[in-house]
Ligand binder design. Structure first.
Ligand code: MN
Ligand code: MN
Length: 467
């Protein structure tokens, strides 16, 4: 009997997919390295809350790691490290490999924009002696989650004379913060009957910014005047200047450990700066790779990758074509031979909401980096479905480098769905697959990732670009 059982267990070990916490397969040294890596990640998150800030912090790191700014026509040789910033919102970097460029590049693509509240172009108004900003939300949010919590304001204002002023208020402990109000439950009878999606409506996401009038003089809109006067004194701006501004309200929290065991990290914007940071770190540490490495940190993924800083734009294609030119080849040949990890997060199984996932095919916290063969919705609509051959290549690579990984699809069939930049890169005739970190409470103001999964994503990107 017991002998029979052993045979069955042995056979199971050989034939079945093993699903378990990555913790069991990590050494003490690796766990220490993982926790240390995540300390730096948290600092990055506190400094890079918007696409502009993430681009600026990345540029600083690139320069510190010996990267120089790429200009079309520059000559390139193996080992060269170059970068380019697209309109202050997207970052391109490359390390030239020793193999002929015709063999293609190893491309990692993550996004640095996250859901948030953007100010409208005429945001400032006074209502009953309170000053507020009108907002237009950016990306997919559950609007009710953005009320009654501290918000900071980040961005840039271009003044009438063309000069620019950057804004960051609410991150320093001595700064004021801002807030969207919600109704008290006592008076919310009607509001509570609304469906959850309309619990807070788009035009109710108004940010409170002040309540004291200007001086003791009697005047209309004195509270608005006082705010405008403060802004004039601090930034030299008038109300007209909001028209050429991009101001983003984001949660004012800092990244923190979650759990008594400190195994997870809570932060705004893990989607997708957890993949941007891990891909960036893997690239910065890459010296003299075989294949040329290109990493792109893009903007506008959350609103469909449109616009000249999103990956539907030609900017990535042009960057690779310029590198190809410098090495005596052409963009089309290089792209057609290239491989890409579309580095983006996936949804983690949430024990509180198990019904949206199919347990055999969803991602779990702590089981490692997630390989997502396809995203999309309904009948795989809108996805780039990675081929069995390319998925097989990636699988072998991860196993050979001891990267702990899992597969995951985004929810049950017909439950909803989503997309990443994978489809747009695959459209350039590049072999592409999604890979990233599983996230709890995705797109909420406070998302959760596991430290182990974050570290495994970094290891996965490092393994891929070292090929
Ligand atoms: Mn994403
Ligand atoms: Mn997203």
């Amino acid at each position: 009997m017991s002998e029979k059982n052993n045979a069955a267990n042995e056979l199971k070990e050989k034939l079945f997919v093993k699903r378990k916490n990555a913790f069991y397969n990590m050494t003490e040294e690796e766990l220490t390295a993982c926790d240390e890596f995540c300390e730096d990640y948290k600092s990055f998150m506190d400094r890079a809350k918007t696409e502009r800030e993430a681009a600026a912090v990345s540029q600083e790191l690139l320069i510190n790691h010996g990267y120089s700014e790429f200009k079309k026509g520059m000559s390139l040789k193996p080992g060269d490290k170059i970068y380019s910033i697209n309109r202050k919102k997207a970052v391109l970097m490359a390390v030239i490999g020793t193999a002929p460029i015709e063999e293609g590049v190893r491309l990692c693509a993550a996004h640095i924009d996250s859901p948030r509240l953007d100010l409208k172009q005429n945001p400032l108004y006074e209502d009953n002696e309170m000053a507020l900003f009108k907002t237009h939300y950016y990306g997919g949010i559950k609007k009710y989650q953005w009320t009654a919590m501290p918000l900071s304001l980040h961005g840039v204002i271009v003044k009438a004379d063309g000069s620019e002023v950057s804004v960051c208020v609410g991150e320093d402990d001595n700064d004021p913060v801002f807030c969207v109000s919600d109704l008290l439950p006592h008076l919310a009878n009607e509001q509570m009957k609304r469906p959850l999606a309309q619990g807070i409506k788009g035009e109710e996401l108004n940010i409170i910014i002040g309540s004291r009038p200007f001086n003791k003089d009697e005047a209309s809109e004195a509270v608005k005047l006082n705010i405008m006067n403060i802004l004039f004194e601090k930034y030299g701006i008038t109300e007209h200047d909001f028209i050429s501004a991009e101001l983003e309200a984001v949660p004012a929290f800092k990244a923190r450990d979650i759990g008594f065991d400190r195994s997870m990290i809570g932060s705004y914007g893990h989607d997708d700066r957890v993949c941007a940071y891990t891909a960036l770190m893997a690239t910065l540490e890459c010296e003299a790779p075989k294949h040329t490495v290109v990493t792109v940190l893009t903007d506008k993924e959350e609103i469909g990758s449109e616009g000249n800083t999103g990956l539907c734009s030609a900017y990535l294609k042009y960057f690779i074509a310029d590198i190809a030119d410098a090495l005596g080849s052409d963009g089309r040949t290089v792209l057609s031979a290239s491989q890409c990890l579309s580095a983006d997060v996936n949804a983690a199984f949430d024990p509180t909401f198990p019904e949206v996932n199919e347990r055999n095919n969803c991602a779990y916290i702590n089981r490692g980096v997630v390989v997502t063969k396809y995203t999309g919705s309904r009948g795989k609509s809108g996805t780039s479905d990675a081929s069995a051959e390319f998925t097989g290549k990636i699988r072998r690579l991860l196993d050979s480098k001891n990267v702990i990984w899992q597969t995951g699809e985004l929810g049950k069939v017909d439950e909803g769905g989503g997309g990443t930049v994978a489809a747009y890169i695959a459209n350039l005739n590049v072999d592409t697959i999604d890979m990233g970190v599983p996230v709890l409470s995705m797109h909420s103001p406070y998302e959760i990732v596991s430290k182990i999964d974050t570290y495994m994503a970094y290891k996965a990107f490092a393994a891929f670009i070292a090929e």
